[in-house]
Design a protein around this ligand. Structure first.
Ligand code: EPZ
Length: 429
């Protein structure tokens, strides 16, 4: 097994440059399939989820050239297949965007049911609702999703039962080239939704209202790529480094970010007594020199507090001068990581979607698992402030969504190594 070994405690100081947004990139890469031509993307994060998506697109017939590790030229002129292999698409959640992207171009589309982080049930009923309302026929059987159409999709009104990032993205992808107007109500408003709409509009799509809860898509005949499109900075990566700076009582400037996207995180950190200053339109400075005040969080769709920052904030709350409460309202199982923090001396009691977190003096190094991508980031943050060597296993989760995470943390003064571990033992005994 591979592991990260985090030598703590340390204080983070200096500057870190944020990479492109994973959750925008995993929608924009399949969105290039709407074009029978060449798309040029920049600021694409060099992470395993993107490398997996490149494999999927190539398996469908895309020609993909890496200009740099973050700049891609994707030629979908000769995409001939709409059957994405189970092996490739079952590995992560965002493969379901292939449904919305391919159903315009092909009458029969097949992908596996999506995989992704283990956060509890991950249904796709809202995706199916949107595609069926547009005129597609969807069948889910033997672990695959089959989407078929007899004629061009027809614009319609879609009212989502709940706010879903993925279903909103898929509805935008499927309606961009449909006949007529589609409105999406109760839409997700995350920055990556806006980025997808901006990318499609840059090629001639007609999408308005992205970032609000009602999005209007007027179908167009075809899209024509023009200039290079640069993906937005990653809101959650930026937030992760903001929290790490606060937990280690450091002084870190986060560069290449969009402060507006970070407002729910900034507001909560300021409540905790963290000093957060907007240094420029693309950088934020985070400083902390005392223990944080207790605070409470309820995760909500954007612009509420992001669920993808919940584990990281729990580490900060564990070091507070009181007791705080975290309510996870998006996922029904996103507290597994608290078992790992308990091994490090944290005082956390979870009851269903609620965690009661009592502040403690210090955390102690221990061997821990990364249960999912953001939980893994939380383990790194805990290791930075814990006494001793924290060993983090199942680091493949972390490498899915954070580009050069060790280099970035070590450039700020951390001491983290990536090691092979010969022990086959199960850490849970
Ligand atoms: C996206 O997942 C992100 N992943 C997740 O980030 C993030 O946690 C989530 O949005 C919420 O912000 C990507 O963008 C690739 P949802 P998604 O559809 O689209 C329920 C990370 O760490 N739901 O907004 O799968 C669902 O069960 C990952 O980067 C339905 O009931 O999330 C959940 O309770 C982890 N039916 C809620 O809606 C559906 O058809 C929100 O899910 C779809 C969703």
């Amino acid at each position: 097994m591979e592991k990260f070994v985090v030598n703590g405690p340390c204080r983070l100081n200096g500057e870190v440059k944020i990479s492109g947004a994973k959750n925008a990139a995993v929608a924009i890469l399949p969105a290039t399939l709407l074009v029978k031509g060449v798309c040029h993307l920049d600021n694409v994060p060099d992470i395993s989820d993107i490398r997996e998506y490149v494999k999927i697109l190539k398996s469908l017939g895309s020609k993909i050239t890496y200009v740099t590790k973050n700049e891609l030229i994707i030629d979908n002129t000769n995409v001939t297949s709409a059957i994405a292999s189970y092996d490739l698409t079952s590995k992560f959640r965002a493969s379901y965007y292939l449904l919305g992207a391919l159903i315009n171009r092909f009458d029969d589309v097949q992908i596996s049911l999506p995989g992704g982080c283990n956060l509890g049930a991950r249904p796709i009923d809202q995706h199916i609702k949107a595609l069926e309302k547009l005129g597609a026929t969807i069948e889910v059987k033997r672990g695959n999703v089959y989407a078929t159409k007899k004629s061009k999709l027809i614009g319609t009104n879609i009212f989502f039962d709940l706010v879903s990032v993925g279903a909103t993205m898929n509805a935008i992808l499927a309606s961009t080239l449909a006949n007529g107007v589609t409105t999406i109500d109760n839409a997700a408003k995350e920055p990556h939704i806006v980025d997808l709409a901006n990318f499609l509009n840059s090629m001639g799509a007609n999408i308005t209202g992205a970032g609000t809860d009602t999005i209007k898509i007027t179908g167009v005949e075809k899209l024509v790529p023009n200039s290079i499109y640069s993906i937005i900075p990653d809101q959650i990566e930026a937030g992760t480094f903001m929290v790490a700076a606060a937990v280690t009582k450091g002084d870190v400037t986060i560069k290449n970010c969009i402060p507006k996207h970070l407002e729910p995180i900034t507001a909560k950190l300021k409540e905790a007594g963290v000093l957060v200053d907007e240094v420029s339109e693309s950088s934020i400075r985070v400083r902390m020199n005392t223990a944080p005040n207790a605070f409470s969080i309820k995760t909500m769709p954007y612009p509420g507090f992001p669920t993808d920052m919940q584990p990281q904030m729990c580490v900060l709350l564990s070091m507070c001068t009181g007791t705080g409460i975290i309510v996870e309202s998006i996922w029904n199982s996103r507290f597994q990581y608290t078992d790992e923090l308990l091994k490090m001396g944290a005082d956390i009691a979870t009851h269903g979607s609620t965690a009661i977190v009592k502040g403690i003096e210090k955390l102690y190094a221990a061997p821990v698992f990364a249960h999912d991508l953001r939980a893994g980031a939380a383990m790194i943050i805990a290791g930075l402030v814990a006494e001793g060597k924290t060993e983090i296993y199942h680091i493949y989760h972390i490498l899915r969504g954070y580009e050069n995470i060790l280099e970035k943390f070590n450039s700020l003064g951390a001491n983290i190594t990536h090691e092979k571990d010969d022990s086959e033992g199960d850490l849970n005994g």
